[in-house]
Design a protein. Structure first.
Length: 150
């Protein structure tokens, strides 16, 4: 006697999370462009441009992109901006640079670097860093669409 296995398939395919990715030059202009592109993309996804959360997302991108330019730069290499609208409506920001040997450090000392990450920590629901093989890293942050995260 043979057994049959039933697999339940949803009637509608699950759509992938909306994403935006752009390679940018590791310059101040590239970091500024990352912020501008973020504002445009999240507006297309329905976040009001003048909302507190849209501004928070723009500032998070600006800080992470500035760090990629200042600390993650290698000659001839840029950085990548990725934006992912997660199913719970959080915005996941990812900045990938080629310097995996230089990990972000949060500093609350006035004359040291790392203060931008204090801002990221204050504005993002969560953030972190992961390796990007073979030699880079991705610094990510998640911003909620409303004042409080679900």
């Amino acid at each position: 006697m043979s057994e049959s296995v039933q697999v339940h398939m949803p009637s509608q395919p699950v759509a992938p999370a909306p994403q935006f990715t752009q390679l940018l030059s590791a310059t101040r202009h590239g970091a500024r462009l990352a912020r501008l592109l973020t504002v445009e993309q999240i507006a297309l996804w329905g976040w009001p441009r003048d909302s507190e959360r849209a501004e928070a997302a723009a500032v998070v991108v600006a800080e992470l992109a500035a760090n990629a330019v200042a600390h993650g730069r290698l000659p001839g290499r840029g950085f990548r901006l990725s934006l992912i609208l997660l199913p719970d409506s959080r915005l996941r920001v990812e900045i990938t640079d080629p310097r995996g040997d230089r990990l972000p450090v949060v500093s609350r000392v006035p004359d040291e670097g790392g203060r931008g990450l204090v801002i990221v920590d204050a504005l993002a629901a969560d953030w972190g860093v992961r390796p990007y093989p073979p030699s880079g890293k991705t610094v990510w942050a998640e911003v909620c669409p409303a004042r409080q995260c679900p």
